[in-house]
Design a binder for this molecule. Structure first.
Ligand code: ASP
Ligand code: MG
Length: 408
């Protein structure tokens, strides 16, 4: 019998009643013969509450101890879940990360999974038990508890599905699946039947946050099919899978946007070797992730350099860059009120004119494009933040996303 890994997010296990519902649901699958491995998040709000507690002790809590604290949220939910299953007359075992040998590196708060020892899970499955594994946590090589970063239970689930060679990794959440864009701002947004790993990576990193991005990278690497679906209905959700030929028939699969970035322009940059390295060095040293970078060809040995950074790092980046700019005689301007709007689709690879259609659509709405960047399956434009909704809706219309039903 095949193994099924299911992950339930914080809202799905947000109360005792909901934990009972999840137990009931998992028992149904178990009765149909599935060997069930269930990964749970902490009850909704729990991880945030723990962080608040830590911050009452220290503004920058010790990272090792913070992971010890944060890992308790999932310990609560898996134990309650196992009790619920048992109270319904079925056998269950809850297991913490270290008990199933989830080995990670030592980066507290954002550890990466290296290895999983599946033997204990398999033994429990053989005994006909439902196995509940704590998401989001692992153990480094010195046996310290680590956590995987916010939303990390998705990664636990996908990593377990890969290690157990599960048939599918089902991610149960509070939305019906992956949508062509955010339904909160575009009422015509449509649930997709399927999406490729690469498209999902673009959509996720651009702000369509249904799945934690690292879980998608993991799934792609190990070819784990992910089914994102709602805990509260029986409907099919969205399959996140390897690219198929059919997917290429569709020009654009989705419109993503990100309001959490700021733009920085450095003007009068001397155009000579080593300058870009000099400018970005302090920014990278500070661990700030720079996204779009545009540099123009120079006129008279002077050029402009524009790039985006997360809003949260904007002030820090401006301070660091002010210093470098003074050193090289350049000046710097910044703008926090921008948004990045992106169209994503594997079909772009095989079709010309997609960019032009995007530019025309924005121009028809009188939206000025400040920056453009492209990849094989994505075109992004930076626009004024106040135009985000208008841009997303008009692009969604222009590419007919309301109607396209990509088949797989
Ligand atoms: N409980 C963790 C968080 O809130 C991990 C997760 O839910 O995936 O980020
Ligand atoms: Mg999540």
């Amino acid at each position: 019998m095949s193994i099924i890994v299911q992950k339930y997010g914080g809202t799905s296990v947000g109360s005792i009643e909901k934990i009972r519902d999840v137990a009931q649901r998992v028992i149904e699958y178990h009765k149909q013969g599935g060997r069930m491995v269930v990964v749970l998040s902490a009850m909704s709000g729990q991880t945030n509450q723990l962080i608040e507690l830590a911050k009452e002790i220290a503004r920058e809590p010790d990272l090792r101890e913070l992971d010890v604290l944060l890992s308790t949220g999932e310990q609560m939910s898996i134990s309650l879940f196992a009790m619920a299953v048992k109270s319904m007359g079925y056998d269950a075992r809850s297991l913490l990360g270290f008990q199933v040998g989830i080995r990670t590196d030592q980066l507290y708060g954002k550890a990466r999974i290296h290895d999983i020892d599946t033997s204990r899970i398999l033994k429990n499955l053989e005994k006909n038990r439902i196995v509940a594994v704590a998401g989001f946590q692992g153990l480094d090589e010195k046996n310290n508890i680590t956590t995987l970063g916010r939303g990390g239970s998705d990664t636990t689930a996908v990593a377990l599905a890969a290690a157990l060679r599960a048939e599918v990794c089902e991610i149960f959440t509070d939305v019906d699946g992956v949508f062509t864009t955010d339904p909160n701002i575009c009422s015509k947004a449509r649930k997709m039947d399927s999406i490729s790993y690469d498209e999902m990576l673009e959509m996720a990193s651009l702000g369509a946050k249904v799945l934690e991005i690292r879980s998608v990278e993991f799934a792609k690497k190990f070819g784990v099919p992910i089914h994102v679906r709602s805990t509260f209905t029986k409907e099919r959700g969205t399959m996140v899978v390897a690219e198929t030929k059919d997917m290429e028939k569709v020009l654009v699969s989705g419109v993503a946007f990100n309001k959490n970035e700021a733009r920085i322009t450095i003007r009068n940059v001397p155009d000579r070797p080593g300058i870009a390295a000099q400018i970005f060095d302090p920014v990278f040293q500070a661990g700030i992730v720079v996204d779009m970078i545009v540099q123009n060809t120079s006129a008279d040995g002077i050029t402009d350099l524009t790039f985006t950074v997360p809003n949260a790092d904007y002030n820090k980046a401006m301070t660091l860059l002010n210093n470098v700019s003074q050193d090289i005689g350049a000046d710097i301007i910044g703008d926090e009120n921008i948004a990045k709007i992106s169209i994503v689709g594997v079909g772009m690879k095989a079709h010309a004119g997609v960019a032009q259609k995007m530019f025309q659509t924005l121009s028809r709405e009188n939206i000025n494009i400040m920056m453009i960047s492209t990849s094989e399956i994505k075109i992004s434009c930076v626009v004024e933040e106040k135009y985000t909704e208008l841009a997303v809706r008009s692009l969604h219309d222009a590419f007919g996303l309301e109607n396209v039903t990509p088949e797989t």
